[in-house]
Design a protein around this ligand. Structure first.
Ligand code: ZN
Ligand code: ZN
Length: 357
């Protein structure tokens, strides 16, 4: 009460003194915070004023008086020193060059407070938060920047922070943006994208297994975490989609599981007849016995076993088997002719150019 009177009587230092005493007695006293803040402003102690107002907002986050006072304070500071923000940024840069990250953070945070819409300050602060490994804060600052204005580096660094927070789907999105915006030139972003994706897809598969799958500079790689016994299953993975590559497309394979269906007769051709007894015995011993199974209705698909035939039937072949679906034969014709076929007006041309090369 006395402090308020001092304030009205313009005895600002006395008002501040009383306010401080009240604040010391009870830290939850919002009136004391406001009193101290107002008095500090009048005394030109802006940093102190900010501290008191902030303490007040902790007690009551949307206090109308404090919000108003903060706005006024901002104007007062700017009026007093229109270059203050620039100076703050300079000071923050200096701190960074001396590796004084926490100090840089305090300074740049003041600039952000003065102009929360300034995207440069946000980016700057996110960088400092990144150096301090405060990943969630990195994202909070970058999030304020509208998507269309995020530069490739922002997407990339955000992606890295999201990786640390292990939010893989978001991280992939951010890293892909970084790669796209750099026109594919940012190899680090592209590499990190694969790294997150491989970890996201393979970690659940290898959780209880003695291996981990990682993306390296050579591509996906499986690393053993302990010695693995011969014949031990370390990971089971089913592909979403599977097809033979252009190079291997003429090698007979199971349509369902892709196991090779190549026989010694196909592989060696006429040369097989010229082999001596020992060589033939060796082939007999080492070459897996291949019993090709066909779709009994169309003969278009080959399988390694009846099990695979059934699986293929249940999963897709019953929909495209020409016996079930007369249009299905067009698809198999296309496969047989390497993607070529007749157009409606009778031209022979490549109709399916989607080969993976
Ligand atoms: Zn098979
Ligand atoms: Zn069929």
């Amino acid at each position: 009460m006395r402090g308020e009177c001092h304030l009205l009587a313009q005895s600002f230092d006395k008002a501040l003194e009383d306010g401080r005493a009240a604040f010391k007695k009870c830290a939850e006293n919002i009136g004391a915070c406001i009193l101290c803040g107002k008095a500090a402003v009048k005394l030109g102690m802006y940093a102190d004023a900010l501290t008191y107002f902030r303490a007040g907002l902790l007690i009551e986050p949307k206090n109308v008086v404090i919000t108003q006072e903060l706005k006024t304070l901002q104007k007062v500071i700017l009026k007093k020193d229109p270059d203050l923000e620039v100076k703050l940024v300079q000071a923050a840069y200096e701190c960074l060059s001396c590796d004084e990250q926490s100090k840089a953070l305090t300074i740049i945070s003041k600039a952000v407070e003065m102009d929360p819409t300034n995207l440069f300050y946000r980016t700057f602060r996110a960088q400092v938060y990144f150096n301090l490994k405060n990943w969630a804060k990195v994202i909070q600052d970058y999030w304020v920047i509208p998507k269309a204005q995020r530069k490739p580096d922002v997407w990339k660094q955000g992606g890295k922070a999201l990786m640390e927070l292990w939010l893989p789907v978001l991280a992939e999105f951010w890293l892909r943006k970084a790669t796209q915006l750099s026109g594919g030139k940012d190899e680090e972003a592209a590499h990190l994208f694969q790294k997150v994706r491989v970890k996201r897809l393979y970690d659940p598969l290898t959780e209880d297994q003695p291996v981990v799958v990682e993306f390296t500079e050579f591509g996906r790689a499986v690393f053993a975490e302990r010695d693995i016994a011969k014949g031990e299953t370390v990971m089971t993975d089913l592909p979403m989609v599977m097809a033979q590559s252009v190079v291997s497309r003429n090698i007979p394979a199971c349509f369902n599981c892709a196991v090779s269906l190549i026989t010694p007769q196909i592989y060696f051709g006429k040369r097989l007849a010229g082999f001596d007894k020992d060589q033939r015995a060796l082939i007999e011993e080492c070459w897996p016995n291949v019993d090709i199974v066909y779709c009994p209705y169309c003969n278009m698909e080959t399988y390694c076993s009846k099990i695979c035939r059934q699986e293929a039937w249940d999963n897709y072949h019953s929909i495209i088997c020409p016996r079930e679906n007369p249009k299905g034969h067009l698809l198999y014709e296309l496969i047989k002719n390497d993607g070529y076929g007749y157009t409606k007006d009778g031209q022979w041309k490549e109709l399916w150019g989607g080969h993976y090369r």
